[in-house]
Design a protein around this ligand. Structure first.
Ligand SMILES: [Zn+2]
Length: 288
């Protein structure tokens, strides 16, 4: 399963990628990690990348593609991979297409995580990170709870700050850049018959289930806990059926029949009263 996940900053792409990695056991290939690792290991591509970064230039696409080529040659990608952070624009998408085609390992699916613009802004505005250890929290979706661990760096509660990246103006700009550069990929992959769009708002588990469905991946769809809950629900559903059977067996009349019988009794009683009254009236008339 060779996958690209597309989604704006704040779409939950990182979280969903992580869940895929854990449950389907295919690696996530992050171009950011590849670059850092190549630079740290001092490989030829890493040396070139560092030169570019130190010269204040963008790292050339061909360098990144070279690193992807090396990475997808490693044995852990045999069953597939999730590409993260690449491609970000049409030129990169074309280049990636050619690379994977030449390796005879084309993409199987591209999933677009769709989240409303307002919701993206809301989510990104809630992001905070610890100034000491760097751990990322979200005041809306994953706040540091009362029982959260202390900062491993200081032994005190985490010191939450908003990164310059996450202030309102920067968020708007990041989303604008995404829309301009990355949105066109949606049409590119749709034209190749690879695109699946899923609703990525609401409950994280529900999004994971939609993602699993889009990928036709049952292993991702259900956790053991969910299965137990589903079984319980099925048993509960059976109950009205059991009641009906008992009623048929004659142990107890269903509520509707009980009501009908009662109203017949009432009507008969009323008729009797009317009948007695008529006879009394006739008797009175006869006496006159
Ligand atoms: Zn911390």
């Amino acid at each position: 399963m060779r996958i690209v996940l597309l989604g704006a900053p704040g779409s939950g792409k990182g979280t969903q990628s992580q869940r895929l990695v854990e449950r389907v056991h295919i690696p996530q290939i992050s171009t950011g990690d590849l670059l850092r690792s190549a630079v740290a290991r001092g490989t030829e591509l890493g040396r070139l990348a560092r030169e570019a970064m130190e010269g204040g230039r963008l790292v050339d696409d061909s360098l990144v593609l070279g690193m992807i080529r090396e990475r997808v040659g490693e044995p852990d990608t045999r069953r597939g991979f999730i590409l993260d952070g690449f491609p970000r624009n049409l030129a990169q998408a074309h280049a990636l297409d050619h690379l994977l085609e030449s390796l005879r390992r084309p993409l199987d699916a591209v999933v677009q995580l769709e989240v409303d613009y307002k919701e993206l802004v809301r989510r990104l505005a809630g992001r905070r990170s610890c100034a000491d250890c760097g751990r990322v929290f979200n005041l809306l979706t994953s706040p540091p709870g009362p029982d959260s661990t202390l900062c491993p760096k200081t032994g005190h509660p985490h010191r939450l700050v908003q990164r310059p990246d996450d202030n309102e103006a920067t968020v708007a700009e990041r989303l604008r850049v995404y829309d301009e550069k990355t949105r066109p990929l949606i049409d590119f992959y749709r034209a190749r018959g690879l695109l699946q769009v899923i609703d990525a708002e609401g409950d994280v588990d529900a999004v994971t289930r939609r993602l699993a469905k889009a990928l036709g991946e049952p292993a991702l769809a259900k956790s053991p806990k969910k299965k137990a809950a589903a079984k319980k629900k099925a048993v509960a559903k059976k109950k009205p059926e059991a009641r009906k059977t008992a009623a048929k067996a004659g142990r107890r009349k269903p509520a509707a029949k009980r009501t009908a019988a009662a109203s017949v009794r009432k009507a008969r009683a009323a008729a009797k009263v009317r009948h007695t009254a008529r006879r009394a009236a006739a008797a009175r008339r006869g006496k006159r």
